[in-house]
Each structure stands twice: as C-alpha cells, then as structure tokens.
Write a protein that binds this ligand. Structure first.
Ligand code: PGA
Length: 247
C-alpha cells in the first residue's frame, strides 16, 4: 500500500467573515508545488463561499464539526450531508474544544464519524491528553483509549486521519518535544494497526497544537507524523504557507 500524501489542515475555529475568503485565496495562489494535501476548515457558514472561491484549485475545504444524525429536529445544528452539499470534502471531529466545551464523549465522536462516512466526508479525528493527564503519566493510555473509542469499525478501508493534539499545546505556544510527539504517534500507529490491520499502517497521523512556521519543519519530519492540524497560524496565508513549505 503506497503511503498517502501528508495532510496539512487549517482549523479556523470561530474566526473568519467574508473578508477572510481573501486569505484562503492567497493560500491557494501561493501554494505552488507541494507534497502535501492542503485543506482549510472555516466556520460552517463560510464553507460554501470558500468552496466556490477555491473551486478547481489545490486547496480542499473542510468542516469543523457536524451532528451525528442525518437530519431532523436539532435546532442550530448542521448535518454532515449539509457540509458536503456546501462543498466540504473533509471534517474535523472530536476536537478537544468540542470534547471539553460540549461534553462530546468518544461514543458521540464515533457516531459523528459514522455520519461523516455516510455523507462521503473524510474525517480528521482528534485525540489528546490534558496537562494533568500527562503529568500523571497517563498520556499514552488516554490517547490510545480515545483512538479505540472514537474510531468505529466502519472506518476500515476508508480515507481518514487521526490528529494528535495535546490539549495543553493548543493555542498556548507550548509544544511537546519531538521525542514526546513520536512516542504518542507510535502508540497511535500501533493502535491503528491493531484495529484496522494493514490499512492502519497508511492512516496519516497529524500533529496539532501551536504549530507555526518556526517549528513546522522539525515536527513535520518527525517519525510517524503525517501532517499537521493548524489553528491560529492558519488564519494568515503567509504563516500557513510557511508551515506547508516546511514539509
Ligand atoms: P493552535 O490550534 O494551532 O492554535 O494551537 C490547533 C488546533 O486546535 O487544531
């Protein structure tokens, strides 16, 4: 099985209005030749316009979350089908901000992953330990437990990726050391192989948490790192391009 291309995805979180479409266009215009697949995940309401603005170009558009059901009486929610219909081809699921702020459990994340697959979206499933858990020596157990609980068997043979995002590294400017990242990524790899056999060897494992142009080269070239999920530094085209060029 040939290794999939590394994936570098920008997570705009709750940032971005019409004017931000220009940043996404600047990423597409400045991308040039790259070994990476590149995606931008804007707020849901911008997906359609971003997808139109980037149509035919190299940058994919993704969502940041969706409901686990396909339709129905869920005021304020959007479905996976709606994201796909608006032009998304990927979706971030189980981000720690959703797990912590909206009480998303592994079970909820797994049902959202199933919904993503029904809609033809490629999930990026996030896992990561808190600082307390790391200090208590529980990082590997927490992360591999989240991988097991959040990835349904339906994923066998499907395109998806896992993003390791230590909660304490998100938006803080702190990052684990390269050996710490590699230790967790190897543990995730072993779990993926256990769950999905040979196919588990090819799933990209992204790193996320304070990735910026200055640290991207070291992180992206670490063992078992198959790309990055980038928050703050994806909001400005120059920073995001700097990370992509570090590959
Ligand atoms: P950050 O966020 O790059 O701003 O740390 C990463 C993420 O939450 O995906």
């Amino acid at each position: 099985m040939s290794a999939p291309k590394p994936l570098i995805a920008g997570n705009w979180k709750m940032n971005g209005v019409s004017a931000s479409i220009a940043e996404a266009k600047a990423v597409a215009a400045g991308l040039g030749a790259t070994p990476a697949r590149v995606a931008i995940c804007p707020p849901a309401i911008l997906i359609h316009r971003l997808a139109e603005a980037l149509a035919g170009g190299p940058v994919l558009v993704g969502g940041q979350d969706h409901h686990w059901d396909d339709s129905g009486a869920f005021t304020g929610d959007v479905s996976a089908e709606m994201l796909a219909d608006a032009g998304a081809s990927l979706v971030i699921l189980g981000h720690s901000e959703r797990r912590a702020g909206y009480r998303e459990t592994d079970e909820i994340v797994a049902s959202k992953v199933k919904a993503a697959l029904r809609a033809g979206l490629e999930p990026i499933v996030c896992v990561g330990e808190t600082l307390e858990q790391r200090k208590a020596g529980e990082a590997l157990a927490v992360v591999t437990g989240q991988v097991r609980g959040s990835l349904p068997a339906d994923l066998a043979g499907k395109a998806f990726s896992v993003a390791y995002e230590p909660v304490w590294a998100i938006g803080t400017g702190l990052t684990p050391t390269t050996p710490e990242i590699e230790e967790v990524h190897r543990a995730i790899r072993a779990t993926l192989v256990e769950l999905f056999g040979e196919a588990g060897k090819a799933t990209p494992i992204l790193y996320g948490g304070s990735v910026k142009p200055g640290n991207a080269a070291e992180i992206l070239h670490a063992d078992e790192v198959g790309g990055a999920l980038v928050g703050g530094a994806s909001l400005k085209a120059d920073d995001f391009l700097g990370i992509i060029r570090a590959l």
